[in-house]
Design a protein around this ligand. Structure first.
Ligand SMILES: *Cc1c(COP(=O)(O)O)cnc(C)c1O
Length: 420
């Protein structure tokens, strides 16, 4: 058999075995990380296709390489589907990741040294929103808004006050760990009042937005950036939407501004994901994510956990405050992993612990929902989480018992069984 046609396992048993191990891990653990998901077989087939073989620098009809006929077709398809799905004037599907999408958006809208205003990282913002050790904090003068101390929710009046003082050129609306719906209209009003541009980063909530289960920033923001691998359930990548007047600047900022050759196989996979997201099946999936988030939040509260903001609305994640539980986020997440439940630790508003330790965890429901789980399973999982956090530290037996329960649940809901 030629080198080209052997299976991965035959051609490279070492790598094949590692990937096999990872498939086994995914099959046998409950994944509650809200920024992860399971891409469909069709998405993975496109991502693993021969489209990885070609350079296609430029845009459809204006490539710097010959032989791009199918690359123009696939990129046009991806752009058209993204525009239709989000009712946007323009889409750029070339950004490699969420952070490169943000980098390109800033590059289009700002000059070095310009002021931006975004949510504090410790309160749920993303590191590409002006963190000191990130390019965004190095290149632009970043100012921040926090959450209300009383409600842990966005305080729009406070943002307006800060914006009036700071006079930012750009306001960034969006977060990685905020359990409430974001009111993009209020952000747009504030931006209008202070003469700022508005960028919405919907990396986390994009699937909900596509399905009409979360307020839509597209009509009110100048530019919208997003990942494709979180709630959208596509390949690990990103895209940018914008109004027609920004189209040229955004395209030039992505290429040649911050990227060269696009990942055309990943763009093909994004096209597949956008098509999947247009289906009724996907809308129902997003609505179930929200119902499951409500069920998980309510069940965790029944188990005596305090949730930041008291719950989750219109969303897919929640923040559990562990300060009254005598355990750090890190230890809780490590114990849960021993029992086969994968969550990430997370800072909570006002956290006095370091980002390595934290006082919270950030469970979410997109992955569990992809497996076909519903409210009864959320209830069961909340009970398991509580048992591990309350008793797991001192009892190998408890960890083993929960591990066994997790395996049974995983067997009943195999990944890839519930996708079209
Ligand atoms: C995940 C995320 C990103 C960045 O995604 P990467 O693909 O990891 O670069 C950007 N913004 C927000 C709000 C996110 O949650």
């Amino acid at each position: 058999m030629s080198m080209m046609s052997r299976s991965l396992a035959q051609a490279d048993p070492e790598v094949g075995e590692i990937i096999g191990g990872e498939l086994e891990r995914q099959q046998t653990t409950l994944m509650l990380i809200p920024s992860e998901n399971y891409a469909s077989r069709a998405v993975m087939a496109a991502a693993g296709s021969v489209l990885t073989n070609k350079y296609a620098e430029g845009y459809p009809g204006r490539r710097y390489y010959n032989g791009c006929i199918y690359y123009d077709e696939i990129e046009n398809l991806a752009r058209d589907r993204a525009r239709a799905l989000f009712r946007a004037d323009h889409a750029n599907v070339q950004p490699h990741t969420g952070t490169s999408a943000n980098m390109a958006a800033y590059y289009a809208m700002l000059d070095p040294g310009d002021r931006i205003l975004a949510m504090k990282i410790e309160h749920g913002g993303h590191l590409s929103h002006g963190m000191k050790i990130n390019f965004s904090g190095q290149t632009y003068e970043a100012h921040f808004y926090g959450l209300s101390e009383e409600t842990d929710q966005i305080d729009y009046d406070n943002i307006r006050d800060i914006a009036l003082q700071v006079r930012p050129k750009l306001i960034v609306a969006g977060a990685s760990a905020y359990p409430r719906a974001i009111d993009f209209r209020q952000f747009a009003e504030i931006a209008g009042e202070v003469g700022a541009l508005l960028m919405a980063d919907i990396a986390h909530i994009v699937g909900l937005v596509a399905a009409g289960a979360h307020p839509d920033p597209v009509p009110v923001a100048d530019v919208v950036t997003s990942t494709t691998h979180k709630t959208l359930r596509g390949p690990r990548s990103a895209f940018i939407l914008c109004r027609a007047d920004w189209a040229r600047k955004i395209d030039r900022a992505v290429f040649p501004g911050v990227q060269a050759g696009p990942l055309m196989h990943i763009i093909a996979a994004k096209a597949v994901a956008f098509k999947e997201a247009q289906s009724l099946f996907f809308r129902e999936y997003q609505r179930q994510i929200v119902r499951n988030a409500h069920a998980l939040a309510a069940s965790l509260q029944e188990e005596s956990f305090r949730l930041v903001t008291g719950g989750t609305d219109n969303h897919h994640l929640m923040l559990v405050d562990l300060r009254d539980q005598d355990i750090t986020g890190k230890l809780a997440a490590d114990l849960l992993e021993q029992a086969g439940i994968v969550v990430n630790k997370n800072l909570i508003p006002g956290d006095e612990r370091s980002p390595d330790e934290t006082s919270g965890i950030r469970p979410g429901t997109p992955g569990l929902t992809t497996r076909g789980m519903q409210e009864p399973e959320m209830h069961e999982i909340a009970k398991m989480v509580a048992r591990v956090i309350h008793e797991g530290r001192d009892s190998e037996k408890v960890l083993a018992e929960v591990r066994h329960q997790v395996l049974e649940l995983c067997e009943a809901f195999p990944i890839y069984e519930h996708l079209p």
